[in-house]
Design a protein around this ligand. Structure first.
Ligand SMILES: [Fe+2]
Length: 284
């Protein structure tokens, strides 16, 4: 499953050296603990959400990397409880459930255990997911089976019609961009244009290839740069469009929401707060 560039990014000595440097800094008293989990709220008033529809509350959480040093299974159980307490109508999980520890960021947790954690999520319009690049590196079939067994709709360049009382809308799940699984043509085919569309893709780069006119697309992957070093211009790994690093932005005349995610990858440190996004969509 690994390409040459995957090997460079994911198993290089560079990251182990950075992690070792962090451990040394911690032993000298530097606090490298991540900030507490936050709930980031966005309100989207849009003409693309029909006037006669009720507002829709969407919870979005991504990049758990369950088992990494900043997101143990217990910590992720807590995230699941926090999401349920928000009482969303719809839950979207745009990928990277699995951890790739590479010997310096926690442990690998089997997909069977990971799926059981997310099986506790509850929302009347369902829980929908796409896989991220790390899920594809580790065990995509095992994770797919485990999430499905726990009632989660896992999508690969497909859409589904979802109903909330008398309102119907479409959720599109786009395959992962980094690993070459994205196919927006297939993902958006079969959509009648009658229903409003909410799209989900692991990597926000997919928003470049989405058709204009959707309510919003939601993504993770960037970790919002995960650990920001003051005074240094850091690239967003595997996302060459720096405008898509974090937050609610516009791309192709569509709103794009990029969450900072929960866990860590490559290095076991983050000073960017882990977050749950709560998006309210309402008619304008
Ligand atoms: Fe990630």
């Amino acid at each position: 499953m690994y390409s040459l560039s995957d090997r460079f990014f994911c198993s290089g000595y560079l990251w182990k050296a950075v992690a070792a440097f962090g451990r040394a800094a911690e032993s000298c008293g530097l606090n490298l603990k991540p900030p507490p989990l936050q709930v980031t709220e966005y309100k989207l008033s849009t003409t693309r959400w029909p006037q006669h529809y009720e507002p829709l509350k969407v919870a979005i959480a991504s990049d758990f990397h369950v088992g990494c040093l900043t997101a143990s299974p217990d910590a992720v159980e807590n995230v699941v409880s926090r999401i349920n307490a928000l009482q969303p109508d719809l839950i979207l999980l745009p990928g990277d459930f699995l951890n790739s520890p590479y010997g310096h960021d926690g442990v690998y947790i089997e997909p069977e255990i990971v799926g059981d954690i997310f099986g506790k999520l509850q929302a009347p319009c369902g829980v929908h997911a796409v896989l991220g690049n790390h899920d594809i590196y580790e065990d995509p079939q095992g994770l797919h089976d485990s999430l499905r067994k726990n009632g989660i709709n896992v999508m690969y360049n497909k859409s589904v019609i979802v109903r909330k009382e008398e309102s119907e809308f479409v959720v599109v799940g786009v395959g992962d961009y980094t690993t070459g699984h994205q196919n927006c043509v297939s993902a958006f085919s079969g959509i009648s244009g009658v229903h409003p569309v909410i799209a989900m893709a692991h990597n926000p780069m997919s928003s470049h290839d989405m058709p204009e006119g959707i309510v919003a697309s939601v993504s993770g992957h960037t970790h919002a740069k995960q650990f920001k070093v003051p005074g240094i211009k850091q690239p967003t790994l595997r996302c060459p469009d720096e405008g898509l690093a974090y937050g609610m932005v516009q791309k192709n005349a569509n709103p794009v929401i990029v969450t900072s995610g929960i866990g860590t990858s490559l290095v076991p440190y983050r000073n960017v707060a882990p977050e749950i996004v709560l998006l309210t969509v309402e008619p304008k």
